[in-house]
Write a protein that binds this ligand. Structure first.
Ligand code: NAD
Ligand code: TDX
Length: 317
């Protein structure tokens, strides 16, 4: 019998791409649990819904009673993608972020403590390290946690619970912290899908502040491969940074997309800045490269073209 993974948040962007990747490249069986919030969509699961090694259970990870039904078999690992993931929403109301990102993670840790899964990987983010100055070196795993928005605070809190459960109970737990993902199936509220779909529909593209904020972009397939590498070879108790090695300003990203689509720069509309807007994220992924042999493989141009073409097929009016 094949080993079984419990994936949370697999109706969302990265989780659904990860399930696709695992079913195509390994013999693992998968149980996917997702609450199907506004961010999770059944269409994201249609490529693997009928796979013989796959099942879906609608479940809120922050509801301990509902979560019990899921533990009807032995899991090799839990991989926790489920989260409230949008910074702008967290600035409006942080409560759902505490509900899912903190309480939900704690429920999963308690399940590992109760012996329901052999290990757990917590999918975290580079945002927990806060913001970099233009000249600073990228974040390493030793950078301090310095959250600047409620989303990041909830993810950092979850990371500390993971760390504490490893230290207190010696549980086999690993944290990954990745930079900004892009690719097919990302929600339209996020920057790159919004730029692509607005441009395709000749609608204004809101650019926050002066547009010079920097993000490190990674194609989602590279992130999925990194998580698989950590699943197979990662060491218990460790944190692994994952990055794409492509730092771009938001303005540069928009112009690349507009150029590819042959659209006019007049679509760009400078709008009021995000509150507490982190100036720059940059990630040092030397540890996962040196210790586990992973590195990103998809160039920004190649990944962006794949992404634009996907949205052209799936979203243009
Ligand atoms: P997403 O918002 O696209 O998907 C999140 C999924 O979680 C959705 O399907 C949603 O329905 C589900 N969910 C939300 N609350 C839930 C709950 N209480 N119980 C069960 N399911 C619930 O997010 P994403 O961009 O795919 O991010 C996945 C993970 O990766 C998150 O933990 C995020 O913090 C992390 N991450 C994202 C990025 C990025 O650039 N998108 C970068 C680094 C890390
Ligand atoms: O309309 C917009 N205009 C704009 O200028 C939006 C939605 C965003 N932006 C800017 C803000 C950021 O500098 O683009 C950049 C990227 O914004 P988001 O897509 O909201 O991503 P970010 O805030 O960087 O957070 C993302 O990366 C880390 C994910 O949403 C998180 O889940 C992940 O942890």
């Amino acid at each position: 019998m094949s080993k079984h993974l419990l994936i949370t948040g697999g109706a969302g962007f990265i989780g659904s791409n990860f399930i696709d990747y695992i079913l195509k490249n390994t013999t693992y069986s998968i149980t996917n649990i997702d609450a199907l919030t506004y961010a999770g969509h059944i269409n994201n699961m249609k490529t693997f819904n009928q796979h013989r090694n796959y099942r879906f259970i609608q479940c809120d990870i922050s509801n301990g009673t509902s979560l019990k039904q899921v533990f009807d078999c032995d899991y090799e690992a839990i991989i926790n993608f489920a989260a409230e993931s949008h910074v702008d929403r967290s600035i409006e109301n942080a409560h759902p972020f505490i509900h899912t990102n903190i309480n939900g993670t704690l429920n999963l840790l308690n399940a590992v403590l109760a012996g329901k899964a052999k290990k757990m990987i917590q999918i975290s983010t580079d945002e927990v390290y806060g913001s970099l100055d233009q000249d600073s070196l990228p974040f390493t795993e030793y950078s301090q946690l310095a959250s600047n928005n409620p989303y990041s605070a909830s993810k950092a809190s979850a990371d500390l619970f993971v760390r504490s459960f490893h230290r207190t109970y010696q549980l086999p737990l690993i944290i990954t912290r990745c930079s900004n993902n892009y690719g097919p199936k990302q929600h339209l509220e996020k920057f790159i899908p919004k730029v692509i779909t607005n441009a395709l529909n000749d609608q204004k593209i809101p650019l926050y502040g002066d547009g010079k904020h920097v993000r490190d972009w990674i194609f989602v397939d590279d992130h999925c491969r990194a998580i698989h590498t950590v699943l197979e070879h990662g060491d218990s108790g460790e944190v692994y940074n994952i990055g794409g090695g492509h730092e771009w300003t938001n303005k540069e990203v928009i112009t690349l997309i507009l150029d590819y689509l042959n659209k006019d720069y007049s679509l760009i509309e400078y709008v009021k800045d995000r509150k507490g807007h982190d100036r720059r994220y940059g990630i040092n992924w030397g540890k996962i490269h040196k210790e586990l042999g992973w590195k990103p493989q998809v160039s920004f141009r190649e990944g962006l073209i794949k992404t634009i073409e996907w949205y052209k097929t799936n979203y243009s009016q």
